[in-house]
Design a protein around this ligand. Structure first.
Ligand code: PLP
Ligand code: COI
Length: 354
């Protein structure tokens, strides 16, 4: 693939790394590629980061025909830059695109676009502890027609954001509220994808949780309102009487997180018991009440490993592990971030130099 590059004539300046926050600062360039049914994917280009020109009738805006990915580039101590399991993101954006009816991107195009854009903006990859370059690839429909006639035109864009922790708490525990009114996903729906609509459907509950002082909601399944699913921006794991339990994916309503998958592989490698299964809210709450719930934590690219120190359910607060990060969460955090920043060996071959 021949990617044309137009350099930004007015390059920006990286703010002090301790002021980055998450997803607020953007680099000098972005990648864009167009799709039409007749031409397929074409015109790959890296251009200055800036506004896109879009028709208001466009399908992506009107009907949320949009899917995205979240991945990171890490700067190692020797200055080199590495991606973490990027092929998993390439595959997953196509799982999402297939569900929404968007055109899929060949894995090699996706990977080359990510690598080339990161190389062009390599000076924006931060180096202080806990920071990385967050990579946001997305595809959305650009058909200019209000009738529901399928998607025939689309655009693939990648933007980059030097970032620190997703939660202001960093690796400190967050407070999470179990959501009992709104639902995020059902079997047969889009819960297993990273489509924009899933996040739109989550906003109201997230806002209500924030008003009450909770960082995000923990979703229950949409049919029985009984089984634990995931948190707004991360999968969730609980250590119950020595075993790590995480909701299984078979219902199709939970995102198959790459961090979740990596944690399960690491736990199994260590010989720590880990189960993917249905977990009812009753089992969770009774374990929280009788001391059987030893740890709770979220897993995600943006959130990394995020300990949960308090759960709120039906008017009651349940403190987990004395509001401290648990031993397993800390061990997973150290191992994963150790591999990602090149401080520990990578026995699984997960990192890739850009
Ligand atoms: N669940 C949801 C809804 C998410 O948005 C994310 C973030 O990508 C995750 C889980 C975690 O997935 P991953 O570990 O692949 O980032
Ligand atoms: C990620 O972890 O990459 C995500 O996409 C979550 C997003 C809501 C910030």
């Amino acid at each position: 693939m021949q990617i044309s590059i137009t350099k930004n004539p007015n390059p920006g300046k990286m703010p002090p790394e301790n002021e980055l926050g998450f997803g607020r600062i953007f680099t000098d360039h972005m990648f864009i590629m167009d799709y039409t049914d007749s031409e397929k994917w074409h015109n790959p280009r890296i251009v200055p980061y800036g506004p896109l020109s879009l028709m208001p009738s466009g399908d992506g805006i009107q009907y949320a025909n949009t899917v995205f990915e979240g991945m990171k580039a890490y700067r190692w101590a020797d200055g080199s830059i590495h991606l973490f399991r990027p092929i998993e993101n390439a595959k997953r954006i196509n799982v999402s695109a297939e569900r929404i009816g968007l055109p899929q991107i060949p894995n090699d195009i996706f990977l080359e676009a990510v690598r080339e854009l990161v190389r062009v903006d390599s000076s924006w990859v931060p180096s202080s502890e806990g920071t990385s370059l967050y990579i946001r690839p997305f595809i959305f429909a650009t058909d200019e027609e209000l009738a529901l006639h399928g998607i025939h035109k689309a655009i693939f864009v990648i933007i980059l954001s030097p970032s620190a922790s997703y939660f202001a708490e960093g690796i400190k525990p967050v407070k999470i509220m179990l959501e009992t009114e709104d639902v995020r996903a059902v079997r047969g729906g889009t819960g297993y994808t990273k489509c924009g609509g899933n996040y739109a459907a989550s906003n109201r509950a997230g806002d209500r949780a924030m008003e009450k002082g909770y960082s995000q909601v923990l979703w229950l399944d949409g049919v029985h309102r009984k089984y634990i699913e995931e948190v707004g921006a991360m999968n969730v794991m609980f250590k119950i009487r020595g075993t790590v339990v995480t909701p299984s994916l078979e219902n199709g309503s939970i995102l198959s997180g790459i961090t979740r998958k990596s944690c399960l592989e690491v736990l199994r490698h260590w010989g720590v018991p880990a189960e993917e299964r249905l977990l009812s809210v009753d089992e969770l709450i009774s374990a929280a009440a009788d001391g059987g719930l030893e740890e709770a934590f979220g897993t995600g690219t943006a959130a990394v490993i995020s300990p949960i120190g308090e759960l709120f359910y039906e008017g009651k607060k349940y403190t987990v592990n004395g509001f401290k990060i648990g031993e397993t969460a800390q061990r997973l955090y150290d191992e994963l971030t150790g591999i990602q920043w090149g401080k520990r060996p990578d026995p699984f071959g997960w990192t890739e130099c850009v």
